[in-house]
Each structure stands twice: as structure tokens, then as C-alpha cells.
Design a protein around this ligand. Structure first.
Ligand SMILES: Nc1ncnc2c1ncn2[C@@H]1O[C@H](COP(=O)(O)OP(=O)(O)OP(=O)(O)O)[C@@H](O)[C@H]1O
Ligand SMILES: [Mg+2]
Length: 226
């Protein structure tokens, strides 16, 4: 682990514009820092704002106030094209659902991420990642919508890890996995994180998983919104 900051949040406030409960912020985070290479387990009650925070860090939502700096880049100051490029290169994203393009093959889904990130195509890297997650190679040619949810989550993981991004954000990525597959998933995620000095921000309700991570953070510790 180095001392570089991976995520630096300052005076971040966020409220939904479409909500009538105007001005009641979902998030009010005066500051929060994550070092490059740290693995963080983020938890908190349902509806407390975990996914909202991940979407702000991933550049999908914009803060109402404040700053989100990733690897020294203030992402919300970027144009939308610059933001897309920054995201594709630097952030591997795994969400619980809506991860894959349903009508494309598994391989094409992975290649889409690879092409956006600017990384070289390396079939043996894909095969190695499939092996680590117990996905058979012939699945690569199946359409994404013909996979089980747990298989889709693992493909999303491969797509997120493929280009060794410096930051991985994962929002309840193991919800559809049996315990053995879940453990392999976490092991691969943290092993890839260590090998590539990658920051891992992992949201889950599955509290016992916290022991595998460098730090466990309750959203309520950093979020002052009521
Ligand atoms: N698109 C939206 N428009 C308006 N309000 C929203 C929207 N998405 C989420 N919210 C609200 O924002 C709050 C935080 O939601 P969020 O999805 O971040 O919670 P969470 O901690 O991820 O919950 P869970 O553990 O159930 O996934 C909730 O009160 C929710 O109702
Ligand atoms: Mg959520």
C-alpha cells in the first residue's frame, strides 16, 4: 500500500432533485479518505445511501455540493466525454444487476469493457479469470441473458478486473452466489487488488465478509445526514 489518496471526498452533500422532501440530504460527508491499495467493506442499513455514494464516486451521479477526487482528478469537473474516458480506464464497476449487455455474448461483453479502457486484448487473461471463478470457457460464447444471475455477476467481475483498474467499486456483487462461489469471488477480488495495488470499495449486507478487508466502515460513521 502506498500513501497516495485514491478517494478523497470533501464537503460532499447530495439530495435527490425529484424528491419533495427538498433539502433533506441523503448524504452529508464532511470528509472521507481512502488510500490507494486499501480494501474497504462499506455497510449500513437499507436505504441509507450506500449505492448513492458509489454512484457519486463512480461519476454516475453529480454532487449537490462538494468534491469527489479520484486519483488526484476532480471527476465532476470533467466534461461528460472526459468523465466516460476516465471511468473506463480507472474504475472497474460491479453492480448487483444491470451489469451486462443482454444480447451480446459473454466474450463481447468483456471485450467491450476492454476496448473502452484502452487495454490490449488478451484471451489468456480472460481464461485465467474464468478459471479462478469456476466459469467454463464455453460460456464465453453464450449470450449474457442466457446466464444465471450468479454467472452474470462473475462475468461482471471479470469485465471489471480485466484491465487492472486502480479502483474497483462493487455494490452487493455477491448477492446471488452460493457461499463457495462467493468466497472464490472475494478471494479473486482481493488477490487482484493486492497484485495491482488496486483500491477496492465493496458494499454488502453480508457482515461476516468484513474480516477479509483492510477496513470496515459503517456509512453512518462518515455520513452526517439524518
Ligand atoms: N433515483 C432515485 N430518486 C429518488 N430517490 C432515490 C433514488 N434512488 C434512491 N433514492 C433514495 O435515496 C436513499 C438512499 O438510497 P440508496 O439506494 O443509496 O440506499 P442503499 O444504502 O444502497 O440501500 P440498499 O442497502 O437497500 O441497497 C433512499 O431513501 C432512496 O429512497
Ligand atoms: Mg444499494
Amino acid at each position: 500500500m502506498t500513501n497516495t489518496l485514491s478517494i478523497n471526498i470533501e464537503q460532499l452533500r447530495f439530495h435527490w432533485k425529484n424528491k419533495n422532501t427538498s433539502n433533506s440530504a441523503v448524504l452529508d460527508i464532511p470528509q472521507w479518505h481512502v488510500q490507494q491499495g486499501e480494501s474497504i467493506f462499506l455497510h449500513g442499513p437499507s436505504g441509507s445511501g450506500k449505492s448513492t455514494l458509489l454512484n457519486l464516486i463512480g461519476g454516475i451521479l453529480s454532487p449537490t455540493e462538494g468534491k469527489v477526487t479520484l486519483l488526484d482528478t476532480d471527476i465532476h469537473q470533467l466534461s461528460s466525454t472526459q468523465k466516460d474516458r476516465f471511468r473506463a480506464k480507472n474504475i472497474g464497476v460491479i453492480f448487483q444487476q444491470f451489469n451486462l449487455v443482454p444480447y451480446l455474448s459473454v466474450l463481447d461483453n468483456i471485450r467491450l469493457g476492454q476496448q473502452f479502457s484502452g487495454a490490449k486484448y488478451d484471451l489468456s487473461r480472460i481464461q485465467d479469470l474464468c478459471n479462478s471463478l469456476n466459469l467454463t470457457i464455453d460460456l464465453l460464447h453464450q449470450k449474457a441473458n442466457q446466464l444465471s444471475t450468479g454467472q452474470q455477476q462473475r462475468v461482471a467481475m471479470i469485465r471489471a478486473l480485466y484491465h487492472r483498474p486502480p479502483l474497483i467499486i462493487a455494490d452487493e456483487p455477491t448477492s446471488a452466489l452460493d457461499t463457495d462461489t462467493r468466497d472464490e469471488f472475494i478471494q479473486l477480488l482481493l488477490q487482484e487488488g493486492q497484485q495491482n495495488n488496486c483500491t477496492v470499495l465493496f458494499v454488502s449486507h453480508d457482515k461476516p465478509l468484513a474480516t477479509h478487508f483492510d477496513r470496515s466502515v459503517a456509512l453512518g460513521e462518515i455520513n452526517h445526514a439524518v
